[in-house]
Design a protein around this ligand. Structure first.
Ligand code: PXP
Length: 260
């Protein structure tokens, strides 16, 4: 299969986390988004949470008005967030599960159980021209449910794989990786665009870029951490290079070139 160039979405939530730790306006997540775009990001991801713990409504408005890079708005499928998203009309939205007490998005959406809640949201966003992805575990029944809802894309939750890799749990790493490999192929076969994200670093981003079905990665926390040491622009450039190396490996393997 021909491997398209893989897109890099930079999640700027944790620039806002840092800002909010002190109150005030610095560091400015919109400045971070501009720098990320100049350094090789293809889109900017921001999660407007119910408790507004990092990104604010004003940040979303500024990202849309002031940054020349498509916004992928992460959100829970609540009435409030659906109304805000339909009003803001970002080019893309990623529906995620959300619990107030969690530190980050800890699991994927249960699309099977939440079919009736998600269906009108996916349909309304589709009608509004907003490309919808569903953040799910790489499980066949969740992928089938996403396809059934006619979502444009799924984003595979890579958190368990990345945790197992970071902690050196080899058997778990292999099992989680196989689930991602199988899930990406299965989703692609059902006509879904396949994205991935959560917990990725240079090594895991490079590895997952070898899967030709994956067309987008969304990465935040690791890069904001790297920015402390090498600057955000350099961190984004290194991530872009890691992904391109992974993608080149698949292209060489298949005797193909990276499609632009
Ligand atoms: N994709 C989704 C859907 C997410 O919820 C998150 C975390 O906000 C990410 C990607 C980025 O994860 P990380 O910050 O661990 O790179």
């Amino acid at each position: 299969m021909r491997a398209p160039r893989i897109r890099l979405g930079i999640n700027i939530d944790h620039v806002a986390t840092l800002r909010n730790a002190r109150g005030g306006v610095l560091p400015d997540p919109i400045q971070a988004a501009r720098l990320a775009a100049e350094s090789g990001a293809d889109n900017i991801t921001a999660h407007l949470r119910e408790d507004r713990r990092h990104i604010s409504d004003h940040d979303i408005a500024r990202l849309l008005a002031e940054v020349d890079c498509p916004l992928n708005m992460e959100m829970a499928a609540t009435d409030e967030m659906t109304a805000i998203t339909l009003q803001a009309k970002p080019p893309a939205a990623c529906l995620v599960p959300e619990r107030r007490e969690e530190r980050t998005t800890e699991g994927g959406l249960d699309v099977v159980a939440q079919h009736n809640t998600l269906e009108p949201v996916v349909a309304a966003f589709g009608d509004a021209g907003i490309e919808v992805s569903l953040f799910i575990a790489a499980e066949r029944r969740q992928i089938e449910a996403a396809a059934h809802l006619c979502a444009a894309a799924i984003e595979i939750h890579t958190g368990s794989w990345c945790d197992a890799f970071a902690e050196g749990r080899e058997a778990d790493t292999e099992r989680e990786w196989q689930a991602i490999v199988d899930g990406a192929a299965y989703a692609h076969g059902l006509g879904l665009e396949v994205h991935a994200g959560h917990g990725l670093n240079y090594a895991t981003a490079r590895k997952i870029s070898t899967l030709p079905e994956i067309v987008e990665l969304n990465i935040g926390h690791f890069l904001v951490g790297e920015a402390v040491f090498i600057g955000l622009g350099e961190a984004v450039r290194r991530m872009r290079a890691a992904m391109d190396l992974g993608r080149q490996a698949v292209c060489l393997r298949e005797g193909d070139s990276i499609a632009s």
